[in-house]
Design a protein around this ligand. Structure first.
Ligand code: ADP
Length: 448
């Protein structure tokens, strides 16, 4: 096992990893920008080292600074958290070349899954159901017309290099195709410097359902069921739950086995998430994330496992501490993401937190790096906390969430907390009846 791990991240996820290290008797090293000298992850780690000025490009994204921090502190492994360098194959290659262990999959797996066409082809070949669409990139409008006619309208034009929902345009009929094709390409060129696009059938009312997988690095893999993350604003998840309200045990076992088998066959190592659109009982692969997800705690709650601990074990060559048969789904969990944002426009709202009181009690977990007096810096993501509740069933989890939302106090900055109190009163949310468009439609018709 490792003696010392460097955590190449900040905020709640850095704290999450430091907590796992502490429980495993591993020393942790925090890295921080000058803007984060007083951050909680710096206080909680065994050691801390400054890696640059506030802009992430010069600190949390600086490969030389992070590698140097590893060498100076004698860290044997790097945990990347999510975001920042976690899915950067070139970074992972540099880490590997320096003889440092990356806590995550190989750079080769990250590279394949980072290319949407390559990822889709790989998954399709492994027997994972994908959205019907073009075989690879579509070079010109004539080809696009032929492919779209074959798929059937509406179709979605998507950027190969896409991310964050950019470079994506719907064509409802043949008349829309040319403009959708041109604008998706122009957007992709501007955003990613790569204008290759491909075509997919556009699904009208899908849910976002993702499967948690784990490869042990020795050719075996397990799945830990699904999370429904359909409630999204601008492609950002807001509320996540496990199990998914639309998924039953037979479906879970079937799609879970397909996913576990796929990652086992490529020799995948560590945690991964296979994202699907789910409509009318069918799953359609959209992408694979080769890292720990923000919403991993809901899976931890219902399966009673520590996913970060398992990531560290697998990276150290010790394999998983459980097999598929040991995993028993228990109850229901929900996570809400608390952002420092001002409603109704979700404008980022950094500033000083005057009072912070975390909710508690049975089945309540608060993952946050906040403390009273902390000044949220303006340079980074606006996520300031995740509230996760666990109950024996969905009804109990909802009641517990409502109760916990009534306890939490964050004074001094505006947050998205009021949104969740309103959301819980919606009959559709209470019934688990929502798709990927539900939240935006609800927000659009709310009184401002
Ligand atoms: P990105 O990497 O840009 O986030 P994704 O492929 O993950 O792109 O898709 C982002 C979102 O776009 C999905 O969560 C879904 O809401 C929507 N989307 C993607 N593909 C389709 C599709 N074929 N039909 C309908 N909606 C889609």
């Amino acid at each position: 096992m490792f003696h010392k791990i460097l955590v190449a991240n900040r905020g709640e996820i850095a704290l999450r990893v430091i907590r796992a290290c502490r429980e495993m008797g591993i020393r942790s090293v925090a890295v921080h920008s000058t803007a984060d000298a007083d951050a909680m992850h710096v206080r909680m780690a065994d050691e801390a080292i400054c890696i640059g000025p506030p802009p992430a490009a010069d600190s949390y994204l600086s490969v030389p600074n992070i590698i140097s921090a590893c060498e100076i502190t004698g860290s044997e492994a790097i945990h990347p958290g999510y975001g920042f360098l976690s899915e950067n194959a070139s970074f992972v290659q540099v880490v590997e070349d320096h003889g440092i262990t990356f806590i995550g999959p190989s750079s080769a797996h990250i590279r394949v899954m980072g290319d949407k066409i390559a990822a889709k082809e790989t998954m399709k070949a492994l027997g994972v159901p994908v959205v019907p669409g073009s075989d690879g990139g579509v070079p010109d409008i004539e080809t696009a017309r032929r492919v779209a006619a074959g798929i059937g309208y509406p179709v979605l034009v998507k950027a190969t290099a896409g991310g964050g929902g950019r470079g994506m345009k719907v064509a409802r009929s043949p008349d829309d195709l040319e403009i959708a094709f041109r604008t998706a390409r122009a957007e992709a060129r501007a955003a990613f410097g790569n204008d290759e696009v491909y075509l997919e059938k556009y699904l009208g009312r899908p849910r976002h359902v993702e499967i948690q997988v784990f490869g042990d690095g020795k050719g075996r893999a397990v799945h830990l069921g699904e999370r429904d993350c359909s409630l999204q604003r601008r492609h950002q998840k807001v509320f996540e739950e496990a199990p998914g309200p639309a998924v039953d045990a037979a479906m879970r076992a079937r799609i879970g086995a397909v996913c576990a088998d796929a990652v086992a066959r490529i020799g995948y190592s560590g945690a991964g998430t296979i994202e699907f659109l789910y409509e009318d009982g069918e799953f359609f692969f959209i992408e694979m994330n080769t890292r720990l997800q923000v919403e991993h705690p809901v899976t931890e709650a219902v399966f009673g496992v520590d996913l970060v601990r398992e990531q560290i074990r697998v990276a150290a060559g010790m394999g998983l501490s459980f097999g598929q048969d040991d995993l028993q789904l228990n109850g229901h969990a929900i996570e809400v993401r608390i952002n420092a944002e001002r409603l109704p426009d979700f404008a980022p709202c950094p500033g000083r937190v005057k009072v912070f009181h975390a909710p508690g009690g049975l089945g309540v977990r608060m993952d946050s790096a906040l403390y009273g007096g902390y000044a949220i810096p303006p340079y980074y993501d606006s996520l300031i906390g995740k509230l996760i509740v666990h109950g024996r069933d969905r009804g109990e989890a909802l009641a517990r969430l409502n109760r916990a939302l009534g306890e939490i106090i964050i004074d001094g900055v505006d947050t998205t907390l009021p949104l969740f109190r309103d959301l819980l009163e919606q009959p559709d949310i209470q019934a688990g009846r929502y798709d990927i468009h539900w939240l935006e439609a609800w927000l659009a018709q709310r009184p401002r």
